[in-house]
Ligand binder design. Structure first.
Ligand code: NAP
Length: 246
């Protein structure tokens, strides 16, 4: 399905991003994955994908850093020749109620989740425009649509990502490039592992399908948006949440 394509997956070393990298590779894509600092996790994903026979390289890069992101995109183009698919998946949480949230907790979350996605789009934009083809997929969250007490920074970053998605989609639609978002609900990963059992049970009782999702189910939506099956879809937000935000 994606044979001969190169996909860049930010935060591809763990959780949902690792599932996305694996799923795109299983469907033929070569993978450039970006990660923040966990070398061991990144090299595990590289080994698994390389065993499939696909090219896979991991780049340590803080996506919130404009110059590092630009240098990494340039290195990827040198190493792979082109970029067909960009998945902006890297994300962090720094939860707390507005009353107690520190300024840096707000700034850090916006910097990684929202500005980091802008940085990556900005650096691949010209490259994709020249080739008049490309797929950009941003991993938002259902809390970007509904808000969530204790996550004002995170929800704002994910709502902003939807605005970024739709604006980019409008700018690039005439150039053969689509830009869409996937909004996961409650997915079991390292990010949600630290939630208390009570909070987890609360989420699950609010989900009509009565279970958490997994990264592979989010990756299925990304694969669809990256494939020819989504040729005429842009500016869309696909929820993968077991019905949570209906
Ligand atoms: P995770 O398990 O915590 O993994 C986060 C990934 O992002 C890791 O690969 C990490 O790299 C990377 N990363 C963090 N900061 C980065 C930075 N500054 N630059 C580059 N890479 C960075 O998270 P997850 O649960 O898989 O979440 C993935 C995405 O889905 C996030 O955008 C998250 O907001 C979104 N999401 C998750 C859920 C959920 O329930 N889990 C729900 C909705 C949306 P290292 O391995 O090097 O640390």
């Amino acid at each position: 399905m994606l044979k001969g394509k190169t996909a860049v997956v930010t935060g591809g070393s763990r959780g949902i991003g690792a599932e996305i990298a694996n799923k795109l590779a299983q469907n033929g894509a070569d993978i450039a994955l970006l990660y923040a600092g966990n070398d061991e996790a990144a090299s595990k994903v590289v080994s698994a994908i390389s065993r499939l026979g696909n090219k896979c390289v991991a780049y340590k890069c803080d996506v919130s850093d404009f110059n590092s992101s630009r240098n990494t995109v340039e290195r990827i183009i040198t190493d792979f020749g082109e970029i067909d698919i960009l998945v902006n998946n890297a994300g962090i949480v720094r939860d707390g109620f507005v009353l107690s949230m520190q300024e840096e907790d707000f700034d850090d979350v916006i910097a990684v989740n929202l500005k980091g996605s802008f940085n990556m789009i900005k650096h691949v934009y010209r490259h994709m425009m020249k080739r008049r083809t490309g797929r950009i997929i941003n991993i938002s969250s259902v809390v970007g649509l509904s808000g969530n007490a204790g996550q004002s920074n995170y929800a704002a970053s994910k709502a902003g990502l939807i605005g970024l998605t739709k604006s980019t989609a409008k700018e690039l639609a005439g150039r053969g490039i689509t830009c869409n978002a996937v909004a996961p609900g409650y997915i079991e990963t390292d990010m949600t592992a630290s939630l208390s059992e009570g909070v987890k049970a609360g989420y699950i009782s609010a989900i009509p399908m009565r279970r958490a999702g997994n990264g592979s189910e989010v990756a299925d939506a990304v694969l669809f948006l990256a494939s020819n099956m989504a040729d005429y879809i842009t500016g869309e937000v696909i929820k993968v949440d077991g019905g949570l935000s209906m």
